[in-house]
Write a protein that binds this ligand. Structure first.
Ligand code: C2E
Ligand code: MG
Ligand code: MG
Ligand code: MG
Length: 297
């Protein structure tokens, strides 16, 4: 980056360096065009993948997280974090969130018709919570597709609360009154977490995957995971661990009393069509009881 600052003729691709970088503006224009296309969402460049969330003890699939995917015609898959970074400070963010919500609510309605009761969690960004019509838009969508609010959950991050806490709190309260469950994502990476847990109408915390990925090798990460599970339990909140990649992590989370897990150990995020066949094949992994080993029979 230093080279870039001192000499403009040295070109370094560094999208983090500047909100208005050429690369980002390029992406933003492409994104705007992709959003304008009237394609059915599942056929267009912009799509949503779904990753199962599983109750650790029963092995039951309790829901899915919806994750944005953009297949750019020239650059291939562009990661959601990069898409959000490009869009977040612009009016495009709202269109993107609505595109995801439209797709997810319609999908949940389709699952209902197929006899599948799956709750879907949708990520919303800081800016979405400052948008006055988010709640009305969501309420109208639920109404249109005849989906109960309890089938949709919104995941927010603590960053959302920093910019305009009063306005965000007002939006969260309206969502709560509507019956939408709210989850605090990436927990442990933001600011003043304890206060947020107490003041906001949250029903769930998600332990950030960096701690879960590290808990097998780093005692500090393990201590953080254990504390979050205890804290959430004491406050009567559901706790979800994301980034569960292997059996050992899954077993440890089970013994720590974590309720729900999400990660490659179960399944990677996948298109809706694949999810249906995954669900048909799925057999819950069994938590080995200590008695199994002792049982002489
Ligand atoms: P997130 O909400 O924390 O989502 C979890 C991320 O962890 C996803 O990355 C998922 O693919 C990844 N993941 C799941 N299981 C594992 C695992 O076992 N190991 C590892 N290493 N990773 C795992 P993804 O799909 O790249 O999304 C990244 C972030 O982008 C999300 O983090 C979320 O903050 C944001 N995002 C995704 N979709 C949307 C969206 O529709 N709207 C908004 N505003 N943000 C979104
Ligand atoms: Mg999330
Ligand atoms: Mg997360
Ligand atoms: Mg995240």
């Amino acid at each position: 980056y230093e080279a870039k600052q001192r000499n403009d003729s040295v070109s370094v691709y560094a999208p983090e360096a500047d909100h208005n970088s050429a690369a980002r503006l390029g992406l933003l224009g492409d994104l705007r065009r992709a959003l304008e296309r009237p394609d059915r969402p599942e056929l267009g460049e912009l799509g949503v993948f779904y990753q199962p969330q599983v109750a650790i003890d029963s092995g039951e699939v309790v829901g899915v997280e919806a994750l944005l995917r953009w297949r750019h015609p020239e650059h291939g898959m562009v990661g959601p974090e990069e898409v959000i970074r490009a869009a977040e400070h612009t009016a495009v963010m709202r269109l993107l969130t609505y595109r995801v919500l439209d797709e997810v609510v319609a999908r949940v309605a389709q699952w209902q018709r197929d006899g599948l009761r799956l709750r879907a969690a949708v990520n919303v960004s800081v800016r979405d919570l400052h948008t006055a019509d988010l709640v009305d838009h969501l309420a109208a969508l639920l109404d249109k597709h005849d989906v109960a609010p309890s089938q949709i959950e919104l995941e927010i991050t603590e960053g959302a609360l920093m910019a305009d806490p009063r306005r965000v709190l007002a939006t969260l309260r309206r969502l709560d009154r509507l019956g939408i469950a709210l989850s605090l994502d990436d927990f442990g990476t933001g600011y003043s977490s304890m206060l947020h847990l107490r003041r906001l109408p949250l029903s769930e915390v998600k332990i950030d995957r960096s701690f879960v990925l590290g808990m097998g090798s780093d005692p500090d990460d393990a201590a953080i995971v254990r504390s979050i599970i205890e804290l959430a339990g004491a406050l009567g909140m559901r706790v979800v661990a994301e980034g569960v990649e292997d059996e050992r992590t899954w077993r440890r989370l089970s013994s720590l009393g974590c309720q729900v897990a999400q990660g490659w150990f179960y399944a990677r995020p996948m298109p809706a069509a694949e999810l249906t066949s995954w669900l048909a094949r799925y057999r819950p992994p069994r938590v080995r009881q200590p008695a199994d080993a002792a049982d002489p029979a």
